[in-house]
Write a protein that binds this ligand. Structure first.
Ligand code: ADP
Length: 240
């Protein structure tokens, strides 16, 4: 157990160092790309300008990947504080954060009566926002219809986010929760492939499980569990 924790910490520090240190050379690349365009733009032919364009968008993409890697490493449990969180309020916040995309796609988001649970509020917001954001993003021909469910089964809550979108092939179910893994070219859907990796991390840090049920063309339902438990004196989750 201790060795696994140390291993995780090492990986985390490495990811942090990588994302942090690579920003510096990236700034240099972006800076000189700009200078190249400003000072030599007028003498470059169309091909050369096109190449500069490719390098510029690759550099922009790399910046986003680094930012997301940094965001991923910051979702770490040691500093996590738990409180009784009203999920109804969390959903209102998520709805407000996603307002522009929801209106743009004419998405309809409904939900069950939501419970109050012991969780880190910022993490729960991010978790539901990533799942609902994906449900809106990966829509099919119809405007997105999304339902957030909450069912109490035994000692745990099972939350679900169901959509009527493009769906996912069952053989990809494990892959999509891995960092930087995506199923579509950027030209089809934007993104860096870190949203679900962050979701998995948040859910597991809180002692839950996350999974998906889906068929291509038939929509997807993402599930995650929240174990019922009491905070200990330190206010950190009890393992198990
Ligand atoms: P991103 O959306 O940035 O690519 P995520 O980690 O959030 O990264 O998702 C990983 C991949 O899982 C996505 O690229 C997409 O292929 C697939 N995916 C996630 N959510 C859905 C969904 N609701 N419907 C269909 N595919 C999805």
């Amino acid at each position: 157990h201790a060795r696994a924790a140390r291993h995780n910490r090492d990986l985390e520090q490495m990811a942090y160092a990588i994302s942090h240190d690579l920003h510096e050379p990236l700034r240099t690349i972006n800076g000189f790309l700009g200078a190249l365009q400003r000072h030599y733009g007028h003498v470059l032919d169309a091909k050369a300008s096109e190449y500069i364009g490719f390098v510029t968008s690759a550099a922009t993409r790399m910046g986003r990947l680094l930012d997301d890697l940094l965001a991923y490493t910051r979702v770490s449990s040691p500093r996590m504080t738990l409180s009784q969180v009203d999920c109804e309020k969390v959903l209102d916040g998520v709805h407000a954060n996603l307002k522009a995309t929801i209106e743009e796609t004419r998405a309809v988001v409904s939900h069950d009566a939501m419970p109050t649970v012991l969780y880190n509020e910022a993490h729960l917001t991010q978790l539901l926002q990533n799942l609902i954001g994906n449900a809106v993003k990966y829509h099919g021909k119809e405007p997105p219809r999304i339902h957030v469910g909450a069912n109490r089964i035994g000692e745990e809550w099972i939350f679900s986010v169901k959509d009527n979108g493009i769906g996912i092939e069952p053989r990809q179910f494990d892959r999509i929760f891995q960092i930087f893994q995506r199923l579509h070219p950027l030209t089809a859907y934007s993104g860096t492939g870190i949203g679900l990796a962050i979701c998995k991390r948040i859910v597991e840090d809180h002692g839950g499980r996350i999974w998906v049920e889906s068929q291509p063309g038939l929509g997807s339902t993402f599930f995650f569990t929240i174990p019922e438990r009491q905070p200990n004196a330190a206010g950190v989750p009890v393992a198990g």
